[in-house]
Design a protein around this ligand. Structure first.
Ligand SMILES: *Cc1c(COP(=O)(O)O)cnc(C)c1O
Length: 383
């Protein structure tokens, strides 16, 4: 019997597993801290970009992040329940959000409108606790944030709420829409943030800090780093400027095993709709992952995966729970290891490679991993 080419994939109940390298996340955090020389907030929204918020948060804090950022109150409360006591900022408030619980759990709430501030004030009043608040100003992306025209009213309302003992405004911030790596694109939004900062002081508020940069601006624009950088994607090894990489480590490896192989003649159809036919006689390998797991239907044609270290194409329409790889004349057997997403440096398909084929960004590939994919924190993390 031939020796296996690679160590057997650890057995999981789940048909596929993503291994999250806590060491890589900690190393990336440390590298970014060193590069920016500014306090770093680790953004662990959407369950840590799909990898598990608690594990990602712990790794980033170990690597030198001083605080955490998430979109929703529930995400923040889950981190507290997990025993994480680091400062947390939440920036997506909505009616019905558990604001009182968040205030009691010492979570900072960002307000982008008088309406949002009123919700926080009501919750603080009911909890009998002064809520820690930041104010977000909109500086050109026209997504979240308070319009410059409404900023004066928001500051005045916040000042009154401070006076009444319901909130304390500790920060002013914005978010950039620019995706160009030319730092000049951030100049105009930064100038607007500076005016908003001055106006907040003029209104009698005493915020301690202002911040703006997420991964891209943090890396390319020293002027945008201000008092804090809010980093998400780069923690996972997603290079903000791929052509000038910082040397970030790959934090996620998604693997499965071959569950069935089949020898086929030339001209055989594969998958729903018989849209693919084998060009020559060869072997097909079945993988137990489909579009519900994060292999979108648009992965074919285009995506190739690594089977026993060699690249082979996905073929035929991807199903909900399974997909097929044409391994041609390769000697692939049931149980062989398949790397769906790994390290480009090792010749494996990377998040970036998938994203280019799918016409999206690496973040969407990561957050597209489904609930059937096991999340396993890599063993080197325990060393
Ligand atoms: C997602 C997010 C970030 C992090 O962005 P990356 O590009 O992933 O670094 C920072 N700030 C806010 C408000 C965000 O929503």
């Amino acid at each position: 019997m031939a020796l296996p080419l690679a160590p057997a994939l650890p057995r999981h109940r789940a048909p596929s597993a993503v291994t999250v390298s806590a060491a890589a996340i900690a190393a990336n955090t440390a590298l970014l801290r060193e590069h920016c020389r500014t306090p770093l907030m680790a953004v662990v929204k959407a369950d840590g970009f799909g990898l598990g918020a608690e594990a990602v948060a712990r790794a980033a804090l170990a690597g030198g992040a001083s605080e955490l950022g998430v979109a929703t109150c529930d995400e923040a409360l889950a981190l507290r329940t997990a025993g994480i006591s680091a400062p947390i900022l939440v920036w997506m408030l909505h009616a019905g959000a558990p604001l009182g619980e968040a205030i009691r759990d010492d979570i900072t709430l960002s307000c982008a409108s008088v309406r949002m501030l009123e919700l926080v004030v009501a919750a603080a009043e009911e909890a009998g606790i002064r809520a820690r608040v930041e104010l977000e100003v909109e500086t050109g992306m026209h997504r979240s944030g308070c319009a410059v025209a409404d900023w004066g009213a928001l500051c005045a309302a916040a000042r009154k709420a401070e006076h009444d003992g319901h909130v304390q405004v500790v920060g002013v911030w914005t978010h950039f829409g620019g995706t160009d790596d030319d730092p000049a694109v951030f100049a105009e939004p930064l100038a607007r943030l500076e005016s908003a900062w001055s106006a907040a002081h003029g209104a009698g508020l005493r915020p301690r800090r202002r911040h703006a940069a997420s991964s891209l601006a943090a890396v390319v624009s020293p002027a945008a780093r201000l008092d804090l950088v809010r980093v998400g994607a780069a923690l996972f090894g997603i290079e903000p400027v791929p052509s000038r990489g910082l040397g970030l480590a790959t934090a996620a490896r998604w693997e499965t095993t071959v569950v069935q192989v089949r020898d086929v003649a030339a001209g055989e159809a594969v998958g729903y709709g018989q849209q693919y036919r084998t060009a020559r006689a060869g072997r097909l390998a079945l993988l137990p992952v489909g579009y519900a797991d994060g292999v979108p239907r648009s992965a074919w044609p285009g995506v190739t995966v690594s089977v026993n270290g060699l690249r082979h194409p996905l073929v035929g329409a991807v199903s909900m729970d399974q997909c097929v790889v044409d391994v041609g004349g390769s000697d692939v057997e049931v149980g062989d290891r398949v790397v769906l997403v790994g390290d480009a440096g090792l010749g494996e398909p990377s998040l970036r490679e998938w994203s280019l084929i799918l016409g999206t960004i690496p973040q969407e590939v990561l957050t597209g991993l489904g609930s059937r994919v096991a999340r396993v924190v890599g063993q080197e993390a325990e060393a």
